[in-house]
Design a protein around this ligand. Structure first.
Ligand code: TRP
Ligand code: ZN
Length: 479
């Protein structure tokens, strides 16, 4: 995304932390980013930092530049597991750079140019260190050719990165995954637009994010094209290759495309859940404001190593375990689609703010259950409130706990505590203002608190202190 909008969003966050003096210990130093601080480049002579400055994951992302667009072309042969790729990156240097890094897990590179001139690249663990022929400043382009057998990434939870499956492959994972299949600035602070061309043996599907741009077949290979024109955080990219049953059409003038692994029975629970995608998105729109993207969808994979679902932008990926015969799985669709607003369109400015994604996506499950199955949000809150372990602070859970109940369920409790405190009117105004004002950007917890105070006209610091950062059960707010 543009440096300007990044700068604007981060500067606001910083101001909120400082002026409101909110949660000074919990939200320690505001995240430094290449665009707000020359410290994105280390030392003399403009060397881009190895990390973007995330306190939880210091090596994620890189400093010194901001990517605007990735053009990705990959060819994958499941028979040999060989991936051949070319990525064309357009970026803006924050300071003149004589060296910079990309995150890349080590597929051998065969050619690299910067601004069209041959450059050198050195692989250092999961970083590709690029030295251009001449110092770059302002707009620049990087083109990298690579080939090899892509590997999984050690994930905090579930399997991540590139997985070779029975019939193809799945690239998926959080908090990082993209660097397993293309060189990238792998942190949500550097959102960018994408276009992808994925070439696979004829007969297989190659599914990804965004708008389907058609397929072409030649010599037994089919190229599938996709375009995501809204800024996307790298961990929200996905690639799913295999034997899929695709349903496509249009919904509210936008393409909708869902796919289910063919090993699922036709017309079964997975197909039924995907068929509710539009309905769930339309319901969430009434709660959160306009659907933020150009396309809709979802992909159900069969590989049991995918034990989760992930909110990959505009087209979430769902693991097989959600779709057991006879069980209602629309709750997980509600969760992943809620992330399209909370996490994908409005992305976190650092991984400690993950409750801004998971707390709201979990709350969306409660909203959906109330709408679909007449189970009141209040009764769902009451059940969880009574059983919660309060020892881990939602707003700063620590890197090992970013996918814990303290983030998901305690996050949802915090959202509802806000609603009880400010009332329904102000509450839904807050959600809609958040998704509108922060659309396609990044934000942090202090931004949400500031916005909630502004919209409700109430001082909410004690409330958020207790529900997000306290370690004891807070009393339920009296409506
Ligand atoms: N963010 C996902 C969700 O709540 C869950 C998740 C965490 C995940 N880590 C993952 C999914 C790794 C797949 C891979 O919807
Ligand atoms: Zn989630």
């Amino acid at each position: 995304m543009s440096v300007k909008s990044l700068r604007r969003s981060v500067r606001k966050s910083t101001a909120a932390v400082l002026t409101a003096g909110l949660l000074a210990t919990a939200c320690t130093s505001p995240l430094r980013t290449p665009s707000i601080s020359p410290s994105g480049a280390e030392g003399a002579g403009g060397i881009g930092a190895e990390g973007i400055g995330d306190p939880y994951f210091p090596r994620y992302g890189n400093g010194g530049y901001d990517v605007g667009h990735y053009g990705i072309q990959v060819r994958y042969d499941p028979a040999t597991d060989q991936l051949t790729g070319r990525v064309a990156i357009t970026a803006v240097a924050a300071v003149p750079l004589r060296r910079f890094n990309l995150d890349f897990t080590g597929l051998p590179t065969t050619r690299i140019t910067v601004n069209g001139q041959p450059a050198t690249a050195e692989q250092q663990e999961s970083e590709l260190r690029v030295t251009p022929a001449a110092e770059v400043s302002g707009d620049f382009t990087v083109e990298i050719d690579y080939a090899g057998v892509p590997q999984p990434i050690k994930a905090i939870l579930g399997e991540g990165g590139w997985l070779h499956t029975e019939d193809g492959a799945i690239a998926l994972g959080q908090p990082e995954s993209a660097s397993s299949w293309f060189p990238v600035n792998d942190h949500p602070l550097d959102k960018a637009t994408y276009d992808l061309a994925i070439t696979v043996p004829e007969g297989l599907s190659a599914l990804s994010n965004g708008t389907p741009e058609g397929t072409t077949t030649a010599d037994g290979w089919t190229t599938w094209r996709w375009a995501e024109r809204a800024p996307m955080a790298p961990y929200l990219t996905t690639l799913v290759i295999g034997d899929y049953r695709i349903t496509s059409g249009s919904h509210r003038n936008r393409p909708i495309l869902t796919a289910v692994a063919k090993s699922f029975p036709e017309g079964g629970d997975a197909d039924a859940a995907m068929a509710r995608t539009a309905e769930v998105a339309d319901f969430l729109e009434t709660q959160f404001g306009p659907y933020p993207f150009e396309s809709y969808g979802g992909v159900v994979v069969a590989d049991p190593r995918i034990s989760y679902a992930l909110e990959t932008q505009s087209r979430p990926v769902y693991g097989p375990s959600f779709f057991r015969a006879g069980s209602d799985s629309s709750w997980v669709v509600a969760h992943e689609l809620a992330h399209q607003w909370f996490g994908d369109s409005v992305s976190i400015g650092g991984w400690q703010h993950i409750w801004l994604n998971e707390g709201f996506a979990s709350y969306a499950e409660w909203l959906w259950a109330e709408k679909d199955r007449k189970i009141s949000v209040q009764s769902q809150f009451d059940d969880v409130y009574g059983l919660m372990d309060w020892t881990v602070p939602t707003g700063d859970p620590g890197p090992a706990n970013i996918f814990s109940g303290a983030v998901y369920r305690r996050g949802a409790l915090a959202v509802h505590a806000l609603r009880l405190t400010v009332g329904d009117d102000a509450f839904f105004k807050i959600l809609k203002a958040w998704t509108t004002e922060r659309r396609n950007g990044n934000a942090v917890t202090a931004d949400f608190i500031a916005l909630s105070e502004r919209v409700s006209g109430k001082s909410l610091r004690p409330l958020f202190d207790a529900w997000l950062f306290g370690t004891a059960q807070p009393p339920v707010p009296k409506p």
